[in-house]
Write a protein that binds this ligand. Structure first.
Ligand SMILES: Cc1cc2nc3c(=O)[nH]c(=O)nc-3n(C[C@H](O)[C@H](O)[C@H](O)COP(=O)(O)OP(=O)(O)OC[C@H]3O[C@@H](n4cnc5c(N)ncnc54)[C@H](O)[C@@H]3O)c2cc1C
Ligand code: FES
Ligand code: FES
Length: 477
């Protein structure tokens, strides 16, 4: 594989499947500005900027180097803090200095890189009105949602972002070099494709569906990987080693969101950030939910399909997908089948996927008036935290009577699960206080949650019932 590291094209001969970008930067390239804090994608100290060719240009995103696998970065531009100009300081670094936004400095490389990505991707803002300022701050907070600082506090860092907002991006050397980098990545991509043709690499990157189907059918014991935001934790925390990984992200047919009558088909390689943007107009409750999902860095890499396939009981998207009656297109070899998401989860971490079968895409029906959809994630922290419970509900009312209802929860059972009993009790009923008062007792028949570090079982039961009652009241309003 080949990549552009700051200003230098580099060839890496068949990297082992499980080497992370952070490991490679620090231990092989001796670029130590990128720090290791947690090694699980939580703290942001390892944030780097990754550029990928999209159509004829490069799209730059912030990424956690500690959970990005090196093999996934073929034909990418990896920009680390070491690559920023030292004299004079880069405008982002200068703003951090001017605003006293660094104390011990351990988190600062990550903040600088997240701010750099935000700055390069955001139009110049003058911040003259309170509305300008509020929208600017919202954007910055989303951009920094995956960066933790334990000594400076966030206010000086936000002030640094305020200082940067009106600064002209075209003064940045990276901006003026973009055309050259784009040509370089294109060349690296062409060279790497030829080089890898027909070879059995530890880290495989099939380029089309046929190659993926053949590779996985030939080696069903290999692990599939998309954004690696779950899988990489097996490496950095579980200390597992993977001999062969098959990366689905380069498969052209899986990279799109297609809209058709009544819904969306979301390819397995579509990132959560892509989906978050796409759903702004089509399914705003999905965009709002994703705003609370992990961090910007994790959403830039992670996928919807990875969230489903990982089959965690506390995954955030399955409850919403379940109440919308989502279906999965599964593929093995050249054969495809369609399965309701409700039938996909069999038991804790056990799914209906067969050996050599992969998720091709998700079919997501969009709600139509008068159906209403609600979803709420409850966690201790607003950003970058795992759910205690995540509750979704879709309902259609006819003169105050429930004509259709789906309820699903995460964090309440061993799998993301529909509340079938509660649904059946509510269906056909008029919403009134006496009906709503019975929700907690019906729910207790659907779920038997556990106590853990995130919440007690009692808390989960109560808050879930409260949310369902609240959603039904909103639906009536
Ligand atoms: C710091 C941090 C915060 C997080 N916060 C949240 C959160 O708030 N909410 C939440 O729900 N999750 C969270 N996660 C978990 C993770 O980000 C999500 O589950 C994400 O959607 C996984 O997608 P991925 O593409 O990275 O999956 P990967 O890690 O690439 O894969 C996950 C699993 O799916 C399998 N797989 C991948 N693609 C396919 C396919 N096409 N067919 C079949 N199997 C496949 C892989 O083999 C693997 O077992 C967090 C993770 C981190 C590191
Ligand atoms: S080291 Fe903490 S997010 Fe990577
Ligand atoms: S400056 Fe010390 S952790 Fe942020």
């Amino acid at each position: 594989m080949r990549l552009l590291l700051n200003q230098t094209p580099i060839e890496v001969a068949n990297p082992s499947a499980d080497v992370t970008l952070l490991q490679w930067l620090r231990e092989c390239q001796y670029l130590t500005a990128t720090k290791e804090g947690c090694a699980v994608g939580d703290c942001g100290a390892c944030t780097v900027m990754i550029g990928r060719l999209v159509n004829d240009g490069i799209v730059y995103q912030s990424v956690n180097a500690c959970i990005a696998l090196l093999g996934s970065l073929n034909a990418c531009h990896v920009v680390t803090l070491d690559g920023l100009q030292a004299e004079p300081l880069h405008p982002v670094q200068q703003a951090m200095v001017d605003c006293h936004a660094s104390q011990c400095g351990f988190c600062s490389p990550g903040f600088v890189m997240s701010l750099l990505v935000w700055w390069l991707n955001t139009p110049v803002q003058e911040l003259t009105t309170p509305a300008d300022f509020a929208s600017h701050r919202h954007g910055v907070e989303l951009a920094l949602s995956g960066n933790l600082c334990r000594c400076t506090g966030y206010q000086p860092i936000l002030l640094a972002a305020d200082q940067l907002a009106p600064v002209d991006r075209s003064t940045d050397p990276l901006f003026s070099a973009l055309g050259g980098y784009s040509y370089c990545l294109d060349t690296l991509r062409a060279m790497s494709t030829e080089q890898h043709h027909g070879r059995l690499n530890a880290y495989q990157r099939p380029q089309d569906l046929n190659q993926l189907a053949l590779a996985y059918a030939a080696m069903p014991e290999a692990r599939l990987v998309a954004g690696a935001t779950d899988l990489a934790l097996d490496i950095t925390q579980g200390l597992k080693s993977f001999e062969h990984l098959i990366d689905i992200k380069s498969v052209a047919q899986l990279q799109a969101i297609d809209e058709h009558s009544g819904g969306l088909t979301i390819g397995a390689a579509v990132s959560l950030s892509q989906l978050e943007t796409y759903c702004q107009a089509k399914l705003p409750c999905m965009t709002a939910l994703l705003g609370r999902f992990a961090s910007r860095q994790v959403r830039n890499r992670g996928t919807l399909v990875g969230n489903i396939a990982n089959s965690s009981p506390i995954a955030d998207t399955p409850p919403l997908l379940l109440v919308l009656d989502a279906q999965l297109i599964l593929q093995r070899g050249q054969n495809q089948r369609t399965l309701a998401l409700a039938d996909f989860y069999l038991d804790y971490k056990k799914t209906a996927l067969e050996a050599g079968e992969f998720i091709h895409s998700v079919i997501l029906p969009l709600p139509t008036v008068p159906q209403q959809v609600f979803v709420e994630k409850v966690s201790k922290r607003a950003e970058d935290d795992i759910s205690s419970t995540c509750v979704a509900l879709s309902v259609t009312l006819n003169n105050g009577v429930i004509a259709q209802i789906n309820i699903a929860c995460g964090g309440m059972a061993a799998i993301p699960k529909m509340a079938s009993h509660t649904q059946s009790q509510l269906l056909g009923q008029a919403i009134d206080p006496s009906l709503l008062a019975q929700v907690p007792q019906w729910l207790a028949q659907d779920y038997h949650p556990i106590d853990d570090m995130r919440a007690s079982a009692d808390y989960r039961q109560q808050v879930t019932a409260n949310l369902i009652v609240g959603f039904l009241k909103q639906a009536m309003a």
